[in-house]
Design a protein around this ligand. Structure first.
Ligand code: WTA
Length: 576
C-alpha cells in the first residue's frame, strides 16, 4: 500500500452533496427514483428524461449543447434537441427500425452524433457509439457481434465499413457531404435529406426500465471485445452521481472531454449532465493545451471532467500556458480512467488553485462507483470512497473480505442501478463477472485504508490502459499474427510517465523473415491501420521465441517481468 499522503481540505459550503457520512446514512435509490415522473407512471425513456422533460419547462430556451470544432461553433437549446432527435426517430421509423434493434454510430464528434443517438433511444432502439478512430477490423467485430441493422456514419469513414460482408446490416445513413457509395447489399440514405422529409413531432416509445439502451464494446484479456449492455434504469445512478460527484448546478457550463465512443462520453458526456438539465459543451478536434485552456476561457466552463493523461500533458506544457488564459470560471475539476498521480493533484492546486477530483468506475458499472466528493477531505493518490448507495469491498481469492491495508480484488455488491445487464450474445462471459455469490469482480486490484479510502493498485488481468483507453492484448496480438511475417505475438503494457502505459509487442517471425527497423515500423502501422491508432505498439521487440506454458499459452506475465526487471514468479508450467 502507498504511504498515506496529506489530506487536502474541501472548499466549504458549496457542494450539492452533504458530508459523506450523512449522505451515506440517509441514502436510498428509491428516493432518487422519485426525481422522475416514471416512478409513478411506469413509462420511461432516457431521451425523454434527458431532453424532452426540460423542453416542457422554462428550460426549453436554455442551451443544452454548445458545440465547437475548427469549423463549427453552434448552440442548441433543449427544445432544438427535442425536435432534432424527434426527427431522427422518425427517420429511423420510416426505414423500418423497431424497438430493440441495434443502431450503431460511427461518426466524429458533431451535433448530429448527439441528436441521432437520442433519436435512436426515443424509438426504443439500442444505440452503439463507435470511436471514430476505429479501423476496419474494430468496426467489423462490433457490427458483427451486435447484429446491428442500421449504421449512421459519414462519407469520410465509410471506407472502413465492410458493409457488403455484414449480413445483418440493412441501412446506412450518411451524415455530411462527400462522395460515397450509393448501392451494395445495403440501402444508403443521406441524413440531411431524410431529416428534411420527417416531422419534428414524434410519439416516443415508452419502454420498461430494464429494456436495453446502449451497447459499449470493451476489452478483456482474452477474446474479442465484449458488448456491455446497459438499460434505461441506469439513469437513476447517472443522474445522482452527476449531481453529487460532478456537483452540477443550474448555471453550470459543463465540459467532459471524453468521446461518446467510450463510456465516459455517454454516461457523463450525455446522460449525467442532461438528466440534470445542465448546459453541456462538446469540443471536437484534437488536443492542445492552448486550445483546451482557450475553450475553458471562451465558454466560461465551470465544471471540467478529463483524464489523467490529459492532465499530465497539461502539466508537461508548463505553467506559462496556464497564465495566458483566464480560468477563473472553473469551480470543479475531475479526472477519471486511470490512476491520477498525487503529483498531478499538487500541481493542480498550484496552478488552478483547485483540487482535481479522481474517481473510479468502468464500462461495466455504467456509472461512478468510488469518488472523491466536493465536500470530502481528499487524500491525493486515492480514488476516494464508494458512492453512498453502493457497497465496494476488497476480497481475497476465495471471496472473503480483507482487512484495511491489504491488497485484493476490488469487488462491488451486485445490484447497483447502472450495473451491466448482460454481455451481448455471451451470457457465459457475463456470469464470469460474478465469481463470488452476490459480488461483481472488477478485475482491478486495490486496497482500503483505515479511514475507508480506496487506493488503486493495478489490474488483475492483462488489460492495458493506455492514455486512458482500454486495450485488450488479444485484439492487438490477433492483428499482428495476420501479418505474413509474424509467427507469434504477445502484447503487454509498459509503464510510461505520460500515457500511463504504452503497448509493447513481442514478436517471433516466421522462417525466412529477419528483423529490421522497417519491419518493426510496418508491423506497428499494420495494427494502426487495421484496428486503431491507440492500439498500435509504440515499442516492439523481435525475439527468437516467446515464453509459453506447456499447453502452448504465451506467458505475458513472464515477458512483462523480464521487461520490468522483476521476478518472473512461478515458471514451473513454462515450456523449456
Ligand atoms: C481503470 C472508464 C485508476 C481501471 C470509466 C478500470 C482507473 C478501467 C480509474 C475501466 C481511476 C478507471 N484510477 N484506474 N480513477 N478509473 N480506471 O471501462 O483499471 O474504459 O477497470 O471505463 O480503467 O476502463 P473503462
Amino acid at each position: 500500500m502507498k504511504v498515506v499522503a496529506d489530506t487536502i481540505a474541501p472548499k466549504t459550503g458549496q457542494a450539492n452533496m452533504p458530508d459523506y457520512d450523512t449522505a451515506r446514512a440517509d441514502f436510498s435509490w428509491e428516493e432518487v427514483e422519485k426525481s422522475f415522473s416514471w416512478h409513478e407512471t411506469g413509462k420511461v425513456n432516457m431521451a425523454h428524461e434527458a431532453i424532452d422533460r426540460h423542453a416542457e419547462t422554462w428550460r426549453r430556451n436554455k442551451v443544452a449543447l454548445y458545440y465547437s470544432d475548427d469549423e463549427r461553433d453552434e448552440k442548441y437549446t433543449f427544445q432544438d434537441m427535442k425536435f432534432l432527435s424527434n426527427k431522427f426517430g422518425n427517420v429511423l421509423r420510416s426505414i423500418g427500425t423497431e424497438k430493440g434493434d441495434r443502431v450503431f454510430l460511427f461518426l466524429s464528434r458533431s451535433p448530429e452524433l448527439y441528436t441521432s443517438l437520442l433519436g435512436t433511444l426515443k424509438i426504443g432502439a439500442i444505440t452503439g457509439p463507435l470511436f471514430e478512430a476505429f479501423m476496419e477490423q474494430a468496426v467489423r467485430d462490433r457490427l458483427e457481434n451486435s447484429e446491428a441493422s442500421v449504421l449512421i456514419t459519414s462519407p469520410s469513414l465509410i471506407d472502413r465499413v465492410p458493409y457488403n460482408e455484414l449480413p445483418h446490416l440493412e441501412n446506412i445513413i450518411l451524415v455530411g457531404d462527400g462522395d460515397a457509395p450509393e448501392d451494395g447489399d445495403v440501402k444508403f440514405f443521406r441524413y440531411e435529406q431524410e431529416m428534411e422529409k420527417n416531422s419534428r413531432d414524434l410519439n416516443i416509445e415508452w419502454v420498461d426500465r430494464e429494456d436495453g439502451m446502449i451497447l459499449h464494446y470493451t476489452s478483456g484479456s482474452t477474446g474479442k471485445p465484449k458488448g456491455v449492455l446497459h438499460v434505461h434504469n441506469a439513469m437513476i445512478q447517472q443522474y445522482q452521481t452527476a449531481k453529487w460527484i460532478m456537483d452540477l448546478k443550474e448555471d453550470d457550463i459543463y465540459w467532459c472531454t471524453a468521446d461518446p465512443g467510450w463510456v465516459t462520453g455517454t454516461s457523463y458526456g450525455i446522460f449525467g449532465p442532461w438528466l440534470n438539465g445542465v448546459s453541456n459543451l462538446v469540443r471536437g478536434g484534437r488536443f492542445s493545451p492552448e486550445d483546451w485552456y482557450g475553450t475553458i476561457e471562451k465558454y466560461q466552463v465551470s465544471v471540467w471532467l478529463s483524464a489523467p493523461t490529459a492532465f499530465r500533458k497539461l502539466m508537461g506544457a508548463g505553467d506559462e500556458a496556464v497564465k495566458k488564459f483566464d480560468l477563473s470560471s472553473l469551480r470543479h475539476v475531475l479526472s477519471v480512467g486511470e490512476p491520477l498521480n498525487a503529483e498531478v493533484i499538487h500541481w493542480g492546486m498550484d496552478v488552478y488553485n483547485r483540487r482535481i477530483h479522481d474517481h473510479w468506475w468502468m464500462t461495466e458499472t455504467g456509472g461512478v462507483i468510488i469518488a472523491n466528493y466536493p465536500a470530502m477531505p481528499m487524500k491525493p493518490g486515492s480514488m476516494g470512497k464508494p458512492f453512498p448507495g453502493v457497497e465496494a469491498a476488497i476480497l481475497d481469492e476465495e471471496g472473503n473480505e480483507l482487512p484495511p491495508g491489504q491488497m485484493g480484488k476490488l469487488c462491488i455488491k451486485s445490484g447497483w442501478p447502472s450495473m451491466l445487464r448482460t454481455v451481448w450474445n455471451n451470457e457465459e462471459r457475463f456470469k464470469k463477472y460474478f465469481p463470488f455469490e452476490g459480488w461483481f469482480d472488477s478485475d482491478d486490484l486495490a486496497s482500503r485504508d483505515e479511514d475507508g479510502y480506496f487506493w488503486f493498485e493495478g489490474r488483475d488481468d492483462d488489460v492495458i490502459t493506455t492514455s486512458g483507453e482500454r486495450v485488450g492484448p488479444f485484439e492487438v496480438e490477433s492483428k499482428l499474427v495476420e501479418h505474413p511475417s509474424v509467427a507469434e505475438a504477445a502484447v503487454i503494457g509498459k509503464p510510461d510517465p505520460v500515457r500511463g502505459h504504452i503497448i509493447k509487442a513481442f514478436v517471433a517471425l516466421k522462417d525466412g523473415y529477419t528483423r529490421s527497423d522497417e519491419l518493426e515500423q510496418e508491423l506497428s502501422s499494420f495494427v494502426k491501420k487495421g484496428l486503431a491508432a491507440h492500439a498500435a505498439p509504440r515499442e516492439m521487440e523481435i525475439r527468437d521465441f516467446l515464453p509459453k506454458t506447456r499447453s502452448g499459452k504465451i506467458m505475458r506475465r513472464v515477458l512483462k517481468a523480464w521487461e520490468l526487471d522483476e521476478p518472473a514468479g512461478d515458471l514451473s508450467t513454462m515450456e523449456k
